[in-house]
Design a protein around this ligand. Sequence first.
Ligand code: FES
Length: 522
Amino acid sequence: MSNRKFVNEIFNTPPKSYWIDSTAETNYPALDKNINVDIAIIGGGIVGITAAYLLQKEGFKVAVIEANKIAHGTSAHTTAKITSQHGLIYNNLKKQMGEDKAKQYAEANESAIRFIENTVKENNIDCDFSLKSAYIYTKDNNYIKAIEDEVDAAKSLGIDAYYMKEIPLPFTVKAAMRFDNQAQFHPRKYLLAISNEISNKGVKIFENTRAVDIEEGDELSVVTEKGFKIHAKRIIISTHFPFYDGKGFYFSRMYVEKSYIIAIKTNEPFPEGMFINAEDPPRSMRSQRYKDGEMVIIAGENHKVGDETDTNSRYNNLIEFANETFKTQNILYRWSAQDCMTVDDVPYIGNLTSKTPNIYVATGFKKWGMTSGTAAALIIKDLIVKGDSPYLPVFYPSRTDISASAEEFINQNADVVKELVTGKLKAAPKDFKLENGEGRAVEVDGKKIGAYKDNKGNIHMVDKTCTHLGCELKWNDGEKSWDCPCHGSRFSIDGDIIEGPASKPLNHPDEQPNKINPNIFG
Ligand code: FES
């Protein structure tokens, strides 16, 4: 069967995550009055929901607010591997941060795996949880030494790591590393079950409630879009990219990467294990129970948000890889994910800044959010309950010992500045003609407009200046959205927020004086 058939079929429908498609929508109320709690958690993904679960058990009065629906953002677009094997990281961590901090990283993530395992058992959660070995492999001779070094580093930190020359995938490899007792699950089944549990025990969950500001002072308050406030003694910001910076300068210390996922039906069973390669382009694989059989989830094709307009080509590359590797029967799903990347590959978990003792942040999980996000919730719970965590030093958000990564830091920062400046100055094309299904930046009467012509020929126009910090948005053709290259905010064709940190929708050029006639787009 040709690639083209699969490609045509899958591209006829918009991308949709299997995790969302296979679970019911939640229906928690929106906040409709001011409330007082001990702890306000902003963001209902894996960090927020896990932290609420832990803190409710400690007797705190907790509220979780989510701008859209809970467990619907990055936590619903992941590959949902639960592992302490985060690429080739431990050898570098040991070199850059020393043995103690590398060990903290390993232990925090191993504890997170065991926490999820125990939580599933204790609460009898039906979420396709299963223990698996995790493998990193290479087909490239240049990576053999790196894998050897990684096995040694991981072992020295107490992880059961094994060097291998063969793996159970249907191709030969040059070298591989295996961690045992790792796991995979269905993230929404897990998170929705926990949300239900905590809601029954008194945690207030509010959906469609966007936080737009935090008021600091004698008392902390979360200000929401509708003007209602949550007064709290402590606040946890778990909004993926922090929507509130508090002079922590997160916008200059992180960038956002996009990756793509397909789920396929194959003619042969997928081997035991979860797999990822060491070299570029990244290819990550796992199986997932699907109806009365299984499907294979394949992820990869990472790039900085906004660097690619033809995002469909990224799905095509994954489909090609699937067809070369497996006997593909059908492509069931495709979706994409965005992940926050820190300058030293280590998440920021702890106090937002050294001057905010009661505001906490968890971000920068660089695609390993199921485990690192759970570790973050455990660490923040300890900071609140005990005043300290044994893992705080490695994740401390205000760390300054990042000199080894200074070059990347500067490059990424320079990119942001470049986008801010050149995005503004570069003339947008003046060709207005749009085909159905096409989106493009155009310049009309000196205004930079994002215009999209839908399949019925209707024109949707936005002012394509990001409402976060003013970068120029770029068109994402695969998902029909306007994406920000600076910090990853995404907006729909009509300017609604799909993903933060932006907390305001896009302006509409047709709401301004000197309206633009949509007929000019043909
Ligand atoms: Fe920061 Fe757009 S997300 S400027």
